[in-house]
Write a protein that binds this ligand. Structure first.
Ligand code: NAP
Length: 420
């Protein structure tokens, strides 16, 4: 494994695949873990998270050999390119990595590097756990009701990048094909038009829903909700719902029940050892998140719905500064916070590193380092409960001490030392 555009650490060993079928990993005591700090506030939250994860690893008798990778602005500065091949290859070869946010220009300019990474590495499930940490202020009266894990399909939908710009020959060809060959005349208004295509495949749907159901079974969760807008987009989002139920029926019928069965056979009271598989229309789901929070547990949905839903859910437990995530493929994980690069705060040592730290926690769990992962959560929770918070939480609480990004991380590290 030789790289030109990567900072290779002096020590550490690569993580390897222990079992091709299950995707189980063989993790050495000092694994090499690639990290991209990211654009904008990535330069603040990246090092802060690294410091906390190092402390948690060391407190549990291990260490991490960080391999610094470049993407976005840092790669443009160093190598005059957005996403060096070495960056993608290093993540592919080392299997478990973490990244901060990367900026995507709106309208013109290059396409999302985040989407490119997820597609190139076939990281098909974007998993975003949303749970309330003690002491975190929230706009809802009982934020502890929220304990949801959102499985968002990562490789298709309108995010697939099949888009045609207004005024180009390509868009004209697509328009003519749609109107003349497919019979949708007078559906698209005259004049400049941009057209995007929304592929939803049986393959993409079933592997995502399988992952969500398997997670629910393995983690004693009560339900999996398929979220879609299949009443309107029948052959894409409607198909997602149908294929979702189909894979449930094909593979998990002995451990799951549908919502109809829940009422017909169990009078609304599910036995402890089954997972209820149900579905909700996306707009209804967004309000149910607020009105019936506790009824939702694991969510499986498509790319765009999943993006909206996880930000909305994140707001209920304290905002984007808190919300973690990770992208999974088979035998691969790239952890990243839900938030973006918030350019207006870049380099100010101001924003909340919790989302990035807790994304690292998901990564530690994936390594099988559950003791280190628990330590991270406990230390973050205790730091926030003691009133030591960054600006975003400070403006929502009475009293408390407002600290910088780096100071927050130092406080979490101290708590890790106290707890270990
Ligand atoms: P954003 O960067 O997530 O920021 C939106 C707002 O959320 C911030 O102004 C801030 O709100 C709050 N926020 C975000 N992160 C925070 C943190 N760590 N601590 C405290 N508050 C935080 O969203 P955006 O402004 O829409 O997007 C900016 C760029 O990021 C875009 O180029 C977008 O494409 C990119 N992006 C990247 C990813 C990714 O890399 N996966 C994800 C989303 C967006 P207040 O100002 O109200 O405090």
């Amino acid at each position: 494994m030789s790289y030109e555009k990567v900072e290779v650490p002096e020590d550490g060993e690569p993580i390897t695949l222990a079992d091709e079928e299950t995707g189980a990993l063989d993790v050495p005591e000092t694994p090499i873990i690639p990290i991209i700090h990211g654009d904008g506030i990535g330069r603040d939250v990246g090092p802060a998270a690294q410091q906390v994860l190092d402390a948690a690893a060391e407190a549990t008798g291990r260490s991490i050999a960080w391999m610094r990778l470049y993407a976005g602005a840092s790669a443009r500065e160093k190598y005059d390119e957005n996403l060096p091949d070495d960056t993608v290859r290093a993540i592919r070869e080392h299997r478990v990595a973490i990244k901060g946010p990367l900026t995507t220009p709106v309208g013109a300019g290059f396409r999302s590097l985040n989407v490119a990474l997820r597609k190139k590495l076939d990281l098909y499930a974007n998993v975003r756990p949303t749970y309330h940490l003690d002491g975190v202020p929230s706009p809802v009266t009982d934020p502890s009701q929220m304990d949801m894990v959102n499985f968002r399909e990562n490789t298709e939908d309108v995010y697939a990048g099949i888009e045609f710009e207004a005024g180009t020959d390509e868009v004209q060809q697509v328009k003519e094909f749609v109107e003349e060959e497919m019979g949708f005349d007078s559906t698209i208004h005259d004049g400049p038009v941009g057209i995007g295509i929304k592929p939803i495949t049986e393959f993409g749907t079933k592997r995502l829903v399988r992952r969500a159901i398997e997670y629910a079974i393995a983690n004693d969760r009560d339900s999996v909700t398929l979220v879609h807008k299949g009443n309107i987009m029948k052959f894409t989002e409607g198909a997602f719902r149908d294929w979702g139920y189909e894979v449930d029926e094909e593979k998990y019928a002995d451990v799951t029940i549908t919502e109809d069965e829940l009422w017909d056979e169990y009078d609304g009271e599910a036995p402890d050892d089954v997972v209820v598989v149900k579905d909700r229309i996306a707009d209804n789901m967004l309000q149910q998140l607020l009105t019936r929070t506790g009824e939702y547990d694991v969510i499986a949905t498509m790319n765009l719905n999943g993006d909206y839903l996880s930000d909305a859910a994140g707001a209920q437990i304290g905002g984007l500064g808190i919300a973690p995530g990770a992208n999974f493929g088979d035998g691969r994980c790239l952890a990243e916070p839900v938030h973006g690069s918030a350019p207006k705060y870049a380099g100010e040592n101001k924003v909340n590193p919790t989302a990035m730290i807790l994304s690292g926690r998901i990564m530690l769990e994936y390594l099988g380092w559950n003791d280190a992962a628990d330590l991270v959560r406990e230390a973050v929770e205790e730091t926030i409960s003691s009133g030591t918070v960054t600006y975003d939480l400070h403006r929502q609480i009475e009293g408390g001490t407002k600290v910088a990004t780096s100071e927050f991380a130092e406080n979490v590290v101290e708590k890790i030392h106290d707890l270990a």
